[in-house]
Ligand binder design. Structure first.
Ligand SMILES: NC(=O)c1ccc[n+]([C@@H]2O[C@H](COP(=O)([O-])OP(=O)(O)OC[C@H]3O[C@@H](n4cnc5c(N)ncnc54)[C@H](OP(=O)(O)O)[C@@H]3O)[C@@H](O)[C@H]2O)c1
Length: 281
């Protein structure tokens, strides 16, 4: 039995789909089980409620550990690990992020992931840590305005990042969950080429057959906007620390880790864009 946390999210939903397709026994965790397809083994659990996490664990051999950045604390990962350790779970695959532990000024990128990664490695379970670069799917947050002709907000200037297709991240997670050869490995998961936001807009424009612009958003303006929209200030700071690190050019990194695990090249942004064109029309 493989337990999938974050099963309604971008990566978890694809991990779930791929494991079901492979015929693996799966159990999904959500605070809202009605959002998951019928017929699945689903447990209603909340990272803030350790009792519900323990209810999800019986019979579980491997665990996909995804915690959400809405609350940038390692407490959620630690609560899941604690529940897992009590019930004989053998393996954990943690979704972290590229740049975790790097610094910009006096701030640490992915500070909450860093603490959680250490706990995963010290857990006594078999483990794999996945550190993806920025997801291609982040653009979907602006799909409606882009469809209406608005420019893509650009927080990272002309800095490039190894933008990764979330389907590749999920496919790597599935391999790590099902094969022991990935135990003890930390993979930095990127796409095949470093791309800036204007590069991504140009690729999307070419697929759509019409111009797609970008508009530079200074980090301070992004912070004011997000806090103004009611987002947790510590979550905004944690997110923008990573943005500033990327904006300074530190994430212009491409690795071969997706290809090493999947035995085929990482998916290009052009392919991701072609497969999601409907969202931008
Ligand atoms: N976006 C990027 O570019 C990027 C890049 C690298 C790494 N990452 C990492 O990827 C992770 C996010 O993955 P994602 O984008 O797939 O997630 P997502 O789409 O934002 O979904 C978040 C998931 O977390 C679950 N969740 C949130 N709060 C919960 C709680 N209190 N208890 C139980 N479940 C909870 C949600 O489930 P329910 O609402 O159904 O309960 C949902 O399935 C983060 O750790 C982030 O640091 C993101």
């Amino acid at each position: 039995m493989i337990l999938i946390t974050g099963a309604t999210g971008t990566i978890g939903s694809e991990v779930l789909r791929l494991l079901v397709e492979r015929g693996e026994r799966v159990r999904a965790v959500s605070r809202s089980p009605e959002r998951l397809p019928p017929g699945l083994d689903v447990v209603r659990a909340d990272f803030d409620d350790s009792g519900t996490l323990r209810l999800a664990m019986p019979g579980v051999k491997a665990l996909f550990l995804l915690t959400a950045p809405a609350k940038p604390t390692p407490d959620h990962d630690l609560a899941v690990l604690d529940a897992a350790a009590r019930t004989g779970v053998g393996k954990v695959v943690k979704l972290s992020a590229i740049g975790t532990g790097e610094t910009i000024g006096d701030r640490t990128v992915g500070a909450w992931h860093l603490v959680a990664e250490r706990a995963v490695r010290d857990s006594g379970l078999a483990w794999t840590v996945l550190r993806p670069s920025g997801f291609a799917s982040n653009l979907l947050a602006f799909a409606r305005p882009i469809a209406a002709g608005a420019p893509v907000p650009n927080l990272t200037g002309d800095a490039r990042q190894g933008v990764v297709d979330p389907r590749d991240v999920a496919a790597v997670a599935v391999e790590a969950l099902t094969a022991s050869v990935h135990d003890g490995r930390t993979y930095a998961l990127t796409g095949p080429e470093p791309l800036s936001v204007p590069d991504q807009a140009a690729i999307l424009a070419s697929a759509l057959g019409r111009p797609v612009g970008t508009v530079d958003v200074p980090v301070d303006a992004a912070r004011a906007d997000m806090v103004g929209r009611g987002l947790d200030a510590s979550a905004v700071d944690a997110m923008l620390t990573g943005v500033e690190w990327a904006r300074a050019g530190h994430n212009a990194v491409v690795t071969g880790d997706v290809e090493e695990v999947l035995g085929r090249p990482a998916t290009s942004f052009a392919t991701w864009a072609r497969d999601h064109l409907a969202a931008f029309r």
